[in-house]
Design a protein around this ligand. Structure first.
Ligand SMILES: Cc1ncc(COP(=O)(O)O)c(C=O)c1O
Length: 371
């Protein structure tokens, strides 16, 4: 029995009778651009995030780029972020005219280290972008303590963490609730995935919401009137319809992922060469990825491949060591926790539809390798 890293057909088969009629309604109305499903999705994702406004856009990448554009960055302006993330987190800083400043992660959570953020602040710091990596929120309360007194906005990259929560001072706070703007991606593999590209921003700031709505529509609130230069970054109505139909399942899907994660973690606890994911006790993780640290990672990958077990390395090269950022001058060893993580991590299949037998196959393959 092969176990793929992800099986989107299994999900499609389970929900197609709910999604196809929603798609058909858009097609029959021929209302492809800014149709009603978009406003519905925006309201529902804002509510999930306990934020006031949702603004759909074309991708998670644009959901980071548009708030960065709203900051009007000038050459030399700095945005502090983590190097242990998907490329878009830092690529958008560059594309908005800023300079990424990379600081190290905390080795347990893989998320940005707030103390390192504090040390990296300069008079040119214009924003901080924490990433809720693999589905676990960054330490927002500690980041806010650093950012708020200095009035530095936080853009939360929650592209992997829709529906995640963190208990702060005894109260559950949602991904998207605390930052100035939060970015979501609906890339098909995400916990809430579209049938193509899609993204969405949430914010509780009225003026920012208006600005983001303009920026995604060529910078004009009124057609053919342009207050500033924006772009075309509309969310496709067909994608919004898919997402509205899927959203009622999200909590149950993420709960299934958590249950699979607990099963893996219990079964792999005795394998000394494997370190299972550390969930910060304050966090409710949504397990977009289930990511181990392992010894002999590359050999394990070859073994799993031969055995028909899907796996992936997110991410093999931290962003401060990417050739496109060589001019920033980071050396090997400058951000050691990120560099070490890049050498040790491996993610296993964790999609909700996995059967117990499939989970056992993955566990047996890993135990077999280290025996
Ligand atoms: C952490 C992170 N940031 C940004 C993105 C970009 O999202 P998209 O692929 O929708 O542009 C992704 C997803 O791919 C992501 O995982």
């Amino acid at each position: 029995m092969n176990v793929p890293l992800l099986d989107l057909v299994a999900q499609y088969t389970a929900i197609k009778d709910e999604v196809m009629p929603a798609l058909l309604r858009v097609i029959e109305a021929q209302q492809f651009i800014m149709g009603p499903a978009i406003a519905q999705l925006e309201a529902e994702i804002a509510a999930l995030s306990r934020a006031k406004h949702g603004v759909g856009c074309a991708s998670g990448t644009d959901a980071l780029l548009l708030p960065l554009k709203a900051l009007n960055l000038k050459a030399g302006d700095e945005v502090i972020t983590t190097p242990f993330t998907f490329f878009a987190t830092a690529g958008t800083i560059h594309n908005a005219g800023g300079t990424p400043v990379f600081v190290d992660i905390e080795p347990d959570s893989f998320n940005i280290d707030p103390a390192a953020v504090a040390r990296a602040i300069t008079p040119r710091t214009r924003a901080i972008i924490p990433v809720d990596l693999y589905g676990q929120m960054a330490a927002m309360e500690r980041l806010m303590k650093v950012a708020q007194p200095r009035r530095i906005p936080i853009i939360e990259d929650a592209c992997q963490a829709i529906g995640a929560r963190r208990k702060i001072d005894g109260e559950w706070r949602a991904a998207g609730e605390l930052a100035w703007v939060t970015a979501y991606s609906f890339f098909p593999s995400k916990n809430l995935g579209a049938w193509g590209d899609g993204g969405l921003m949430v914010t509780s700031d009225d003026a920012t919401a208006e600005r983001l709505r303009r920026l995604r529509l060529h910078g004009g609130a009124k057609q053919y009137h342009h207050d500033e230069v924006g772009t075309n970054s509309r969310l496709d109505t067909l994608q919004a319809a898919v997402l509205v139909a899927k959203l009622p399942h999200l909590a149950a899907w993420s709960a299934k992922r958590r249950a699979h994660a607990a099963y893996y973690t219990a079964a792999l606890a005795a394998v000394s060469q494997v370190k299972t994911p550390v969930v910060d006790p304050a966090n409710e993780h949504i397990f977009h990825q289930y990511t181990l640290r392992v010894e002999r990672r590359d050999e394990l990958q070859a073994h799993l491949k031969k055995d028909g077990i899907g796996h992936a390395v997110y991410y093999p090269i931290p962003l401060h060591r990417q050739p496109c950022f060589a001019h920033l001058g980071y050396r090997d060893g400058s951000l050691p926790h990120s560099e070490r993580a890049a050498l040790e991590v491996i993610s296993l299949p964790i999609y909700p539809e996995l059967s117990r037998a499939q989970l056992d196959r993955v566990i047996d393959a890993i135990r077999g390798f280290y025996r």
